[in-house]
Design a protein around this ligand. Structure first.
Ligand code: SF4
Length: 260
């Protein structure tokens, strides 16, 4: 798209603020750097209704300067926590107002993951079941890419979660091929910090849904978030340092696997 047409379209949609341009610039850069989107791709955009996913949807539904043409379907999986009725309506109205092609599905995944037999680690089962359903919907909707709203802070926190609790050094990657390349999971917000995403969601007055999951306040991710906040008091660059360390790995200075 030419810069002039881009500017005209952006002004028409009200997406021409400094903050929007900042987010769009870094989203497009991440998409290009990690080769996330090709001409004709059909994306399933995972929309929980939280600020991150609403911003991802809003940005991907914007005039693009460098990203080739693609189509998308917005998918919301309701986890079954009460009260869901009003939330469901609010999100559906938003999808309809914006003429999005969407799938909304009510499930009991959240409730099942918190049942007596699974008290210890609800997040594990919950993410597994939700992801399975998302793969099935992607298949039914003819999508070859799944776009999740994980951002820079999620990537940093996941590295620590995997080290602290999973005994491995790994994180969420910006472009991940699965099922032998049949599907790709992409994370277009990989370069963006959570605080600017939140700020933009307020600027756009996006209808954010509250997370009703009882574990959302006590999860390992929250623990790591709070830990990083404490560490940041002494070292403001700690998040940047961890993020950069992930692409500056020195395998010769790690331990070889001697376990049988
Ligand atoms: S915090 Fe709640 S909704 Fe999120 S993965 Fe864990 S159990 Fe599922």
């Amino acid at each position: 798209m030419s810069r002039l047409l881009y500017k005209m379209n952006s002004t028409k949609t009200g997406k021409d603020t400094k903050l929007f341009l900042h987010l769009k610039k870094w989203l497009e850069k991440a998409v290009l750097d990690y080769d996330m989107i090709q001409e004709g791709d059909r994306l399933l955009i995972g929309v929980s209704g939280g600020a991150d996913s609403m911003v991802l949807l809003d940005l991907l539904d914007s005039p693009m300067l460098f990203i080739p043409r693609f189509s998308f379907v917005a998918v919301n999986i309701d986890m079954g926590f009460e009260p869901t009725y009003r939330k469901y309506e609010k999100l559906e109205k938003y999808f309809q107002k914006n003429h999005y092609h969407y799938v909304m599905e009510k499930t009991d995944i959240g409730v099942l993951s918190h049942s007596d037999f699974n008290r210890k680690n609800p997040c594990f089962l919950c993410s597994r079941l939700r992801r399975k359903r998302i793969f099935e919907i992607a298949d039914a909707e003819g999508c070859n890419k799944i776009a999740f709203a994980h951002h820079r802070d999620d990537i940093i926190e996941t590295l620590l979660i995997n080290m602290f609790y999973g005994r491995e050094i790994s994180t969420m990657v910006p472009n991940q091929s699965i099922f032998g390349g049949k599907l790709h999971i992409i994370r277009p917000l990989a370069y963006l910090k959570q605080e600017v995403i939140k700020k933009y969601s307020k600027e756009r007055r996006l209808p954010i849904l509250k997370n009703d999951c009882p574990t959302s306040k006590t999860s390992k991710r929250i623990y790591i978030k709070n830990l990083l906040k404490k560490l940041e008091r002494d070292n403001k660059e700690i998040r940047d340092n961890i993020y950069k360390a992930m692409s500056h790995v020195k395998p010769d200075y790690l331990l070889p696997n001697k376990e049988k």
